[in-house]
Design a protein. Structure first.
Length: 192
């Protein structure tokens, strides 16, 4: 059986942002659990505003759609901007409309880990709630554990570390849960 495919989407336009560093921790745990991981973040997410009337897609949008199309699991990380997800992440998720006629439309049948990072608890929690609501709307299965990270209290370093062991443990658990669910949903991968 080939490894499950997990795609991580998120971050901000700021290179090596706190949310992107959080995404790396989750994807490292998914990889340790046997998944093949792909990260689409930062400048990879700079796409024209999604317009369903325009059918021609730039290469970055085609890559995003193709990666999700073949993914068994997904991890979404968004910075919290004014109490919700960033426009960068939302626009990327809007492109998933291109999957509506697929055999597995949108995020159907896929485990999705959701993480929000914001300066303050209110924005972190409302952003996490928004991500989980979007995943439900796209027919995905949010992992049982999600993470709201208050970046005023928690810092990620460039070496992949985190100033709070509990946050690291939570992010790693999300990575493991996404893979566990993806394996169970893969034909021959788990109990029927």
């Amino acid at each position: 059986m080939s490894p499950v495919q997990v795609v991580g989407i998120g971050g901000s336009l700021r290179e090596d942002s706190q949310s992107e560093r959080a995404l790396r921790i989750v994807l490292a745990a998914a990889e340790e659990s046997g998944a093949k991981v792909t990260m689409i973040s930062g400048l990879d997410l700079v796409l024209p505003f999604y317009d369903p009337a325009i059918t021609e897609r730039p290469p970055a949008a085609r890559r995003l759609i193709d990666e999700i199309r073949h993914a068994d699991g997904v991890v979404l990380v968004s910075p919290g901007y004014h109490g919700t997800i960033s426009g960068l992440v939302k626009n990327a998720l809007d492109y998933l409309e291109d999957l509506r006629d697929d055999e597995r439309p949108y995020l159907d049948g896929r485990a999705v880990g959701c993480i929000a990072a914001a300066r303050g608890w209110q924005a972190a929690v409302t952003t996490l709630t928004a991500l989980r609501s979007i995943v439900h709307a796209l027919r995905g299965w949010p992992s049982p554990l999600g993470a709201a990270v208050n970046s005023a209290e928690v810092l990620f370093d460039a070496a992949g570390g985190c100033s709070n062991e509990q946050v690291t443990s939570t992010l790693r658990t999300i990575g493991h849960q996404v893979v566990e669910f993806a394996v169970a949903r893969t034909p021959g991968g788990g109990p029927d």
